[in-house]
Design a protein. Structure first.
Length: 278
């Protein structure tokens, strides 16, 4: 497929809000990146949502406890996301050069690894605060979607994780894509992901969190519903996204790993229904 370069917008956004004046020779972040701002916005939004939940009696954690909880979650997301990326998407490269896990300025975070990190952090904090992990998990899934949304927007700004080739009118030319010189447009799958994986789950989970007594009568079910909804959204979006690693059984790695989240979500929903408080 060959088109005229002028027919589509060429992605020319900088991944930096501000760059250091001197080159960094490959070491260090080189400046303030949009990706870092996305994480900051995600965590700030989470803190606001948690404090609002406490004020309205939906959370047992006061503002001071919220900051402690978020410290655990930040560590869970960053460590889990980075380790997940290295193991799930860069396995062979990681074995050759384990230090890539520390070079965060080169990019690379795996949402599935982040979920595992958050789960570990939630279990750890629940134990420390002597709370059941199920309502704590429900509280956590009520705040994670904005971070996913901002993260995917940052992916778009960075011009990474682009979609498959397309002829749709809103296709975009990504300079980092291997076929950019041929004038081949691609789906802006990062924007699709922001809506499917971030915005839609946020609206649904907020409705379930505030308009039902689910977290009281069926703790754990909201967590399960989120995992199922997110995973289905991820599987759908992967249809338009260019796979960033080798396929597994004809599926992209994002689709393959999402199947396990769906299974986990179903088990949580069934367990919550079995343990329902009447």
């Amino acid at each position: 497929m060959r088109i005229n370069l002028t027919e589509y917008w060429t992605h020319d956004l900088s991944p930096f809000i501000w760059q250091f004046p001197e080159p960094y020779d490959g070491w260090g972040p080189g400046g303030i990146r949009w990706y870092g701002i996305a994480y900051l916005l995600g965590f700030l939004t989470a803190v606001i949502l948690l404090r609002n939940a406490w004020k309205k009696g939906k959370s047992p954690y006061d503002p001071e406890q919220v900051m402690n909880l978020m410290t655990f979650q930040i560590l869970g997301v960053l460590i889990g996301g980075r380790i997940g990326y290295a193991l799930l998407y860069q396995g062979s490269k990681f074995l050759e050069d384990p230090l890539i896990i520390f070079r965060v300025w080169e990019g690379g975070m795996a949402s599935h690894g982040g979920f595992i990190g958050v789960c570990v952090a939630t279990l750890w904090y629940a134990k420390q605060s002597k709370q059941s992990p199920f309502p704590v998990g429900d509280l956590m899934v009520s705040i994670v979607s904005p971070g996913l949304f901002f993260g995917r927007i940052a992916n778009f700004i960075n011009g990474e994780l682009w979609g498959k080739t397309t002829e749709v009118s809103w296709g975009i030319l990504f300079p980092k894509a291997p076929d950019f010189a041929l004038g081949i447009a691609r789906h802006p799958s990062q924007i699709y992901a922001a809506v499917l994986e971030g915005l839609i789950p946020f609206i649904y989970i907020q409705w379930r969190f505030w308009k039902t007594d689910l977290i009281i009568k069926k703790p754990g079910q909201l967590t399960g519903e989120f995992l199922i909804l997110y995973s289905i959204s991820r599987i759908l979006n992967e249809i338009f996204r260019e796979p960033d690693a080798t396929l597994i059984g004809g599926m992209s790695r994002g689709q393959f790993y999402s199947i396990f989240l769906i299974i986990g979500g179903i088990l949580l929903v069934l367990l919550a229904k079995k343990r329902a408080i009447h």
